[in-house]
Design a protein around this ligand. Structure first.
Ligand code: SAM
Length: 291
């Protein structure tokens, strides 16, 4: 195989700017467009996904293809989802007739559900505004990958990898941890991007858990509801969930039922949702589903 020639110097803001200007393209803030111009970080991120030649990779937001180039150079088969039609055209020019690259134009939130063949690996230097939304929707829809490496805003990375009892632990932490082993990787300073964003970023690796990853139907609604009042006791929040969503009954009856369910789960009613593990949420959701 001939080595892939790089048509654009992805390390140089000047070259990137000149390419965009020469093609009548601009950077669109609404799409969270920041190019990763640090070659060492790019290599580290590709290494973290740990793929082999011939592996299929989905890439969200290829931009002008700096990461796409890294994957193709390693012999991966890439399906890239890009919302900016100008970038879609540019990718066609920068990677001409490359059989290993398929670019899907449009909003990935709308285009991925139509793809019947899923890749085992996913990579994305995700747009800040919708990164967590995209990941959350995929997890909830059961669109899971053997391994993912994503770059998100540092605060989002902290939430994704937070453990029970920590201040960053949220319903999103539980959702991620329900199916993935989550590892926060390196922090990426704003200067590694062009243009430099106002926030730091962080890479996160998510590896699919083995074994049981089926959850009760009420798992996600219950987790979200309980975290909406994370400082309230489970006794109080569960009563509200039961009376408003399940039993549609008086608070008194719901409270009584809640106490029974908590007793059956072995979780104290004075505990707070921010201290519960994924397994405890799952056990509670299963019992509530039977209520
Ligand atoms: N991968 C490139 C890099 O690392 O230099 C660009 C990353 S940039 C942070 C995010 C990319 O996601 C942009 O190319 C942007 O146009 C694209 N994008 C934003 N929202 C998107 C969406 N909803 N669906 C698909 N692509 C999107």
């Amino acid at each position: 195989m001939n080595p892939l020639a790089r048509a654009l110097n992805y390390d140089s803001p000047n070259e990137l700017r000149a390419y965009l200007e020469g093609h009548g393209l601009g950077m669109q803030k609404k799409f969270g467009q920041n190019f990763l111009i640090n070659p060492a970080v790019r290599r580290e991120l590709v290494g973290a996904l740990d793929i082999r030649a011939g592996d299929q990779v989905w890439e969200i937001g290829p931009g002008l293809g700096s990461m796409t180039f890294e994957f193709l150079s390693r012999g991966a088969l890439v399906t890239a989802f890009e919302i900016d039609q100008g970038f879609v055209r540019a990718l066609g020019e920068l990677f001409p007739e490359n059989e290993n690259l398929k670019v899907i134009g449009g909003d990935v939130r709308k285009t991925w559900p139509a793809r019947t063949a899923r890749a085992p690996y996913l990579f994305g230097n995700l747009p800040y505004n919708v990164g967590s939304v995209i990941l959350g929707e995929m997890i909830e829809a059961g669109c899971l990958f053997e391994r993912m490496v994503v770059t998100v805003q540092k605060e989002v990375a902290c939430r994704m990898s937070a453990r029970p009892g920590s201040k960053d632990y949220s319903s999103f932490s539980v959702l991620c941890a329900s199916v993935y082993r989550v590892e926060a990787l390196r922090v990426i300073g704003a200067r590694s991007f062009y243009p430099a964003p106002h926030v730091d970023s962080q890479a996160v690796r998510l590896s699919l858990k083995t074994g049981q990853i089926q959850y009760p139907k009420l798992f996600t609604p219950l987790v979200r509801f309980l975290f909406a009042s994370r400082r309230k006791t489970l006794r109080n929040s569960l009563t509200k969930f039961l009376s408003s969503r399940i039993m549609k009954d008086s608070e008194k009856t719901a409270r009584q039922r809640g106490e029974e369910l908590l007793a059956a789960s072995g979780i104290s009613g004075s505990e707070r949702p921010e201290n519960l593990t994924v397994e405890e949420f799952a056990a509670l959701a299963a019992l509530v589903g039977e209520a």
